[in-house]
Design a binder for this molecule. Structure first.
Ligand code: HOZ
Length: 428
């Protein structure tokens, strides 16, 4: 495939944008190539500046669950745009989307809209600290909760891909308030709690870890966190920026039947426009300014265009059978890729929760960051580039999740599995 124009545009971008990209995960650095510059998209297909057509499993890193350019979302955004893009004052749409989120997500009694997932997690942690009067937090290595200072400690996603899980620029004094446990290990959490009695404000976790590949929670892990937090007066925060409205309408907490105290959201609830949200128990949320003293603000928070796109998206997701059909597509593609790998003599460790999946280049189980980090990233890079050549666009890192959308058709899935069969044979 010819990527001449993408490479030309990348060269131009590098002169004026650090690394040529506005978010590190977009770079193809870890797979040894230049990123594709995207011209347009439709359904589950994206088209680069050289007019190559790809089946897309990045989906803008999660938001595009109904596919790109859905007519209902286009129409909602166009109608809203015609009456004003932003006012910095309340609009009715904010309350409509807030009610939809509250109705869907078991833990959320009140919600505040922000403009990104990072803002959501950063603000949720400030609120947990303000509510409990405690300073320390626990996160899990390999989990990624955006790029706020306290969360760039043993972080996943781009931070793990590029080998900077503890970013320069985060003051040591700030980082030492973030304690890290191992995903799926209640023992590691118990040990931290015992060593830091009555000083932990919150535990923040991706209930389905999606930023070190896709790592599923083992039996009793989430329930165990719930019990520990209840017993110790710690706020349990589920970061459902990725899994919210994705693994089911009510997110991972609905799927697994475990209710946190607070939840962070983003991606899908903005229908592809910049959005985030955090919510939880009324008594916690009411501590937020202006009803309480914990400050948090944003010029574009609850932006009319983002609210409209979010409402239109959730209305599509509410249609009967939406998640069942998505589950079937997702199972077909994830199982098809795993089967192709096995038949090529290159077994992988395949994980999936709903429409989030990952092919780990590992012969062993992957259940936390130490096991994920042992994957063969060199073989992954070869596979990634070969798949791209076959017209399949995956995230350019072993430590990311693949997303399936309602727009993936049987023929897109068949094409993906056939491509995988060819690519695994190449690397076997
Ligand atoms: N959570 C996304 C990737 N794992 C973030 C996208 C980004 O960093 O640009």
């Amino acid at each position: 495939m010819n990527h001449e124009r993408s490479s030309f545009l990348f060269q131009q971008a590098q002169a004026v944008i650090p690394g040529g990209v506005n978010s590190p995960v977009r770079a193809f650095k870890s797979v040894g190539a230049d990123p594709l510059f995207i011209k347009k998209a439709s359904g589950c297909h994206i088209y680069d500046e050289d007019n190559n057509d790809y089946v897309d499993y990045v989906g803008s890193w999660g938001p595009m669950i109904v596919g790109h350019c859905h007519p209902d979302i286009i129409s909602a955004v166009q109608t809203t745009m015609a009456s004003g893009a932003s006012f910095g004052a309340p609009t009715e749409r904010e309350t409509i989307l807030a009610n939809m989120v509250i109705d869907a997500v078991p833990s959320i009694e009140m919600v505040r809209m922000v403009s990104s997932g990072t803002e959501a997690t950063m603000s949720a942690i400030r609120l947990a600290r303000g509510y409990t009067g405690r300073d320390k937090i626990i996160k899990f290595s390999g989990c990624y909760h955006g790029h706020a200072d306290s969360l760039l400690v043993k972080a996943g996603s781009g931070a793990a891909t590029f080998g900077v899980p503890d970013s320069p620029g985060v003051p040591a004094e700030v980082a030492k308030l973030t304690l890290t446990a191992e995903f799926n290990s209640l023992d590691s959490v118990n040990a931290l709690i015992a060593q830091n009695k009555d000083s932990i404000a919150c535990i923040i976790v991706e209930p389905v870890a999606g930023n070190m590949g896709t790592v599923t929670p083992r039996d009793v892990f989430l329930e165990g966190l719930r019990d520990l937090c209840t017993n110790e007066g710690i706020i349990l925060i589920f970061d459902e920026v990725m899994s919210g409205f994705r693994v089911s309408y009510g997110g991972a907490q609905e799927l697994f039947g475990v209710t946190p105290d607070m939840t962070t959201l983003g991606k899908i609830i903005g229908g592809g426009l910049p959005v985030g949200a955090f919510g939880g128990k009324r008594e916690i949320m009411e501590k937020l300014s202006p009803s309480g003293g914990v400050y948090q603000a944003g010029t574009l928070s609850g932006n009319p265009l983002a609210m409209s796109a979010g409402i239109a998206t959730l209305n599509i997701l509410k249609q009967p059978g939406f998640y069942k059909a998505l589950e079937e597509k997702s199972r077909a593609v994830a199982e098809g890729i795993a089967r192709a790998a096995k038949e090529a003599g290159y077994p992988i460790y395949s994980t999936r929760v709903g429409s989030m999946f990952c092919a780990f280049f590992s012969k062993n189980d992957v259940f936390d960051w130490p096991s994920a980090s042992k994957c063969d990233t060199t073989a992954f890079a070869k596979y990634f580039l070969a798949m791209l050549d076959e017209g399949v666009y995956l995230a350019p890192s072993q430590f990311e999740t693949a997303f399936v959308s309602a727009a993936h058709s049987d023929s897109d899935i068949d094409k993906t599995i056939a491509a995988a069969a060819k690519c695994f044979k190449l690397i076997a």
